[in-house]
Ligand binder design. Structure first.
Ligand code: ZN
Ligand code: FE
Length: 255
């Protein structure tokens, strides 16, 4: 049993993902940053794309839904909480729901904060999660709609996944994220090594995504609200986890 994942560039810095159950051939796109690119990639692979699985309502994630409904008659699986913004939804989802792609099962995780109804898809058996704009390699999404309490709780759910969970996020932002991460956590040796690796990869045009939860747990300042070194650096030794997260998010916004 396998989940095939095809990763490709869309727009200026989005990643598109086609996923497929290797046994049944059932195929979905995670979000729809660019309908024509997604359709062309599916055609090239000879994968019969039938489903859209959205993570949240932003245009670079759901903006291609209508075009793919028209061209391929895809069904739309998406967060119920963002139904109004997304438009047509065939299968509305909420936290804890199980969705099937052929024989592959994904659990829906509420990761609200970037947008209120943002969800992630966790394929436990395949050890893979699609997290949209909630968690990035060395970063997290901007807090457009949620509160620090909500966003930190969402990221805690992702941080609680097994260390070897492969994290597919929706943008290539890692080099800029690394520069910021070093500014708030300058003595973190794992982070320094990670940042060096990111620069090497970007120099040759290679993607830095996917990452893993284990790697992010050690290096991503948005997952390290309980780290004593980071708390000391921010002068927030006794603050709540959400307050530490909020301060890191605030600093990134003006970095
Ligand atoms: Zn977004
Ligand atoms: Fe996005």
């Amino acid at each position: 049993m396998a989940l095939d994942v095809l990763q490709f560039n869309c727009l200026s810095d989005n990643y598109g993902y086609l996923i497929r159950c290797s046994q049944t051939g059932a195929c979905a796109t995670i979000d729809t940053p660019d309908a024509s690119v997604i359709e062309a990639e599916a055609k090239k692979m000879k994968w019969g794309l039938k489903e859209v699985w959205n993570t949240h309502h932003h245009w670079d994630h759901a903006g291609g839904n209508d075009a793919l409904r028209k061209s391929l008659n895809v069904s739309i699986t998406a967060p119920e909480a963002e139904a109004e913004a997304i438009g047509h939804i065939d299968r509305p989802l909420k936290h804890g729901d199980i969705v099937q792609l052929g024989y592959q099962r994904a659990t829906v995780i509420d990761v609200g904060g970037h947008t209120l109804g943002h969800i992630a898809y966790w394929f436990e058996d395949a050890n893979v999660a699609f997290v949209g704009d909630s968690l990035f390699a060395l970063g997290c999404g901007r807090m457009f709609e949620g509160t620090p309490e909500q966003f930190q709780a969402s990221l805690a759910r992702l941080r609680g996944l097994p260390d070897d969970t492969v994290i597919y996020c929706a943008h290539e932002y890692t080099a800029a994220n690394a520069a910021f991460a070093l500014s708030v956590d300058p003595d973190n040796e794992a982070l320094k090594a990670y940042a060096l690796d990111v620069h090497k990869k970007r120099e040759r045009g290679a993607p830095t995504v996917p990452t893993t939860i284990g790697k992010e747990r050690l290096t991503n300042p948005f997952l390290r609200w309980d780290d004593e070194g980071l708390r000391a650096q921010l002068d927030l030794k006794d603050a709540s986890d959400a307050d530490v997260f909020a301060e890191v998010r605030r600093r990134k916004d003006v970095f």
